[in-house]
Structure formats: structure tokens, C-alpha cells
Design a protein around this ligand. Structure first.
Ligand code: HEC
Ligand code: HEC
Length: 315
């Protein structure tokens, strides 16, 4: 009986992976010209806003905010495992030209906005492609132009291992992207929303249940993540509620980031017993003050959620 049940299970799993087609078109046949404007915009987005080289590099967890280890910039190899809230072991791939050199521009665009790798493998959305799908085509093209200029670093990345059933469900996650439009900066809230999505603030600041964000808790914090250097940290409530950032001024908000905009700030060793933070403060510190201000304006417009978070739950 048991054997029959497990054979049945195996058959249904195999057929399930066959009938779950990936609903994404083939990569577009395009050639992206690396104009000076695109390279500058791409560098800004990749290095200071969208977390690309923050995730796709190895991080030094013995230093506060875990800055990138030298010699690993863009070369991948950082592990997301169950402690970090991932359903399995997922390593960030190498995105330097040593790995992407043979990819076409269209294939890189498709990976960034649709979540499909060059060989058709569906990417797990730790890679925040659902966010990037809302960005403008021009911004994504700029990122690709800039990625081509990274220093090539050879680094072979271990294969990912996704737990059941996500190893099957992942096939349903890639989506055809509809590009967005970059609003005029004078439209503070729409522009701030665009930058907030590009920077992935909600990905950490919204609590997750079974791999999905909890409805009604957008930006309310309380997503607890294990730190590779030990201990756990919960994301803060960044909605305009008393338990969030209601009493923060715009200037204080920008200042909190900008205070870390220097080399020394990303070289501060943790003291004994100190728990690290996953919030990439020193990475975002390089964002333009006006963009940080727009993010503040947008956050002040989202629904206020009453949620008192204890940032270091074990202390
Ligand atoms: C939160 C971490 C994170 C951020 C931020 C992130 N990525 Fe990724 N990225 C990943 C992971 C993890 C994978 C692999 C996912 C998998 O194997 O299922 C990946 C996959 C990719 C791939 C496919 C590589 C391959 O070999 O299949 C590309 C290209 C890529 N990312 C580029 C980018 C760019 C460009 C950005 C910024 C716009 C970015 N990533 C931001 C974590 C991240
Ligand atoms: C990789 C996860 C992650 C991302 C991405 C992230 N945060 Fe955070 N954030 C945290 C965690 C964890 C904390 C709490 C620990 C700390 O203060 O460093 C935090 C703290 C904060 C705080 C401090 C709140 C307080 O009460 O002290 C602010 C403000 C904030 N984040 C805003 C943002 C904004 C804006 C973005 C997007 C630009 C963002 N965060 C992206 C994880 C993240």
C-alpha cells in the first residue's frame, strides 16, 4: 500500500514538473549600446540602489553591515540558506563578464526582469526580479550596459538546492515583465515608490509566511533573519505609525543613511557579542539624498501599521 502511494506520488511529481511550463517568452534579440549616460545610470542602480553587487559578492560578516569582501565584487558565492529564510541552499551567481560574457543582452535582461536563466532555469525570487519587472526598460538596459564593464572574476558557484515543494513551484514564479515608467522626480510619491521598489525595501521590511509577504503588513517589519555571524535580527517597522517612523523627520531619515557614506563606516568590526544587521546601510548610504528623501515621502504615504518590533529578539 505504502509503495503504491509513494509510486503515485513520484508519478504525480514528475508529471507536475512536466505540466508546469515556464510562461516566459524567449530572450529578445537586442543589442544594448553602452552610452556614457547608460553606464553612469547603470553604475548608480547596480552599486547604490538595487542591491545587485551587495548580493552578488561575498560579504564580510565580521564587519558591521557586512560590506563586500575585496576581490569578490560581482563574483557571487554568497549563500542564502534556511537560517536566512530561504527554502534550501541558494548561492548568488557570478554576474561579472567572466560568467555573463557569453550571454546575449536579451538573456541578461530576461534574467533580471523575468527570472529565467540563460539555460531556461527558473530563478528563485530571492533574486528580486518581480521588483525589477516594474522598472523602466531604459533603467534595465543601463544596468546591463554597466554589468558588461565589471572586472571579470572567475568563480564557480555551487548548484542551488531547493526544498520540496518549492523545487517544483519555482517553475510558476517567472513572469513575462511589463516594464514600468520612471516618474518625474517632481512627482514625489510616485517617484519615491519607484525608487523604493528598485531598492527592494519591502522585501526585507514586510514579514513573510511560507515564502509570501503577509497581506496588510507591507513595510511593517518583523521579518526575522539569522545572521551568518550569529544571532538574529528583525527588520524595523518603516510605516508612518508610532511603532514605525512616524516621528522621524525627512532630514533625520536622510541623515541616518548619509552618516555612513564614507570608507571608514564600512570597516567597523563587530564588538564581542554584537549581532550584525542585514540592512545594507553602507551600500544605500551612497544613494543620492534627493532619492532617499523621495523614498521617505513615499513611506510616509503608505498605510500606518501598528507593529512593535523587537529588532534583536534574542537579547
Ligand atoms: C537579495 C539578493 C539579490 C539581489 C539584490 C540581486 N540578486 Fe541577482 N540573483 C540572486 C540569486 C540568489 C540568484 C540565483 C537564484 C537562483 O538560482 O534561483 C540571482 C540570479 C541572478 C542572475 C542570473 C544568473 C544566472 O547564472 O542564472 C542575474 C543575471 C542576476 N541575478 C543579476 C542581478 C542584478 C543585475 C541585480 C540588481 C538589479 C540583482 N541580480 C540583484 C540574488 C540577488
Ligand atoms: C536585506 C534586508 C533589508 C533591506 C533590503 C532593507 N532593510 Fe531596512 N532594515 C533591515 C533590518 C534587519 C533592520 C533593523 C536593524 C537595523 O536597524 O539595522 C532595518 C532597519 C531600517 C531602518 C531603521 C528603523 C529604526 O527604527 O531604527 C530604516 C529607516 C530602514 N531600515 C529603511 C529601509 C529602506 C528605506 C530600505 C530600502 C532603501 C531598506 N530599509 C531596505 C533590513 C533591510
Amino acid at each position: 500500500m505504502r509503495i503504491i502511494v509513494s509510486i503515485g506520488l513520484i508519478i504525480s511529481l514528475v508529471s507536475c514538473s512536466l505540466v508546469l511550463p515556464i510562461k516566459v517568452d524567449p530572450a529578445e534579440d537586442i543589442q544594448i549600446e553602452g552610452t556614457p549616460e547608460r553606464l553612469a545610470r547603470g553604475e548608480y542602480l547596480v552599486e547604490q540602489v538595487s542591491g545587485c553587487t551587495d548580493c552578488h559578492s561575498q560579504r564580510d560578516w565580521s564587519l558591521f553591515t557586512a560590506p563586500v569582501k575585496s576581490g569578490t565584487h560581482g563574483a557571487g558565492g554568497e549563500l542564502f540558506n534556511e537560517d536566512a529564510g530561504a527554502p534550501g541552499n541558494i548561492y548568488t551567481p557570478n554576474i561579472t563578464p567572466a560568467a555573463l560574457g557569453s550571454w546575449s543582452d536579451g538573456e541578461i535582461v530576461r534574467a533580471i526582469v523575468c527570472g529565467v536563466s540563460r539555460d531556461g532555469t527558473p530563478l528563485f525570487p530571492i533574486m528580486p526580479y518581480p521588483n525589477y519587472a516594474h522598472m523602466s526598460k531604459e533603467d534595465i538596459y543601463s544596468m546591463v550596459a554597466y554589468l558588461r564593464t565589471l572586472e571579470p572574476i572567475e568563480n564557480n558557484i555551487p548548484k542551488r538546492k531547493l526544498n520540496f515543494p518549492l523545487n517544483l513551484i519555482v517553475r510558476t514564479m517567472p513572469k513575462q515583465a511589463e516594464f514600468g515608467v520612471l516618474p518625474y522626480p517632481s512627482d514625489r510619491i510616485a517617484y519615491g515608490k519607484y525608487m523604493t521598489i528598485a531598492a527592494g525595501c519591502a522585501d526585507c521590511h514586510t514579514p513573510m509566511e511560507k515564502g509570501r509577504p503577509v497581506k496588510g503588513m507591507e513595510f511593517a517589519g518583523g521579518f526575522t533573519m539569522g545572521m551568518p555571524s550569529g544571532g538574529q535580527v528583525s527588520s524595523a517597522n518603516i510605516t508612518p505609525h508610532e511603532t514605525g517612523i512616524k516621528n522621524w523627520t525627512r532630514r533625520g531619515f536622510i541623515q541616518r543613511f548619509k552618516a555612513l557614506d564614507n570608507e571608514a563606516a564600512s570597516r567597523v568590526p563587530l564588538v564581542k557579542g554584537q549581532i550584525n544587521t542585514i540592512m545594507p546601510w553602507t551600500y544605500y548610504a551612497k544613494m543620492d539624498s534627493s532619492d532617499l528623501g523621495a523614498i521617505y515621502d513615499y513611506l510616509m504615504s503608505v498605510p500606518a501599521v501598528d507593529n512593535k518590533v523587537i529588532i534583536y529578539p534574542e537579547m
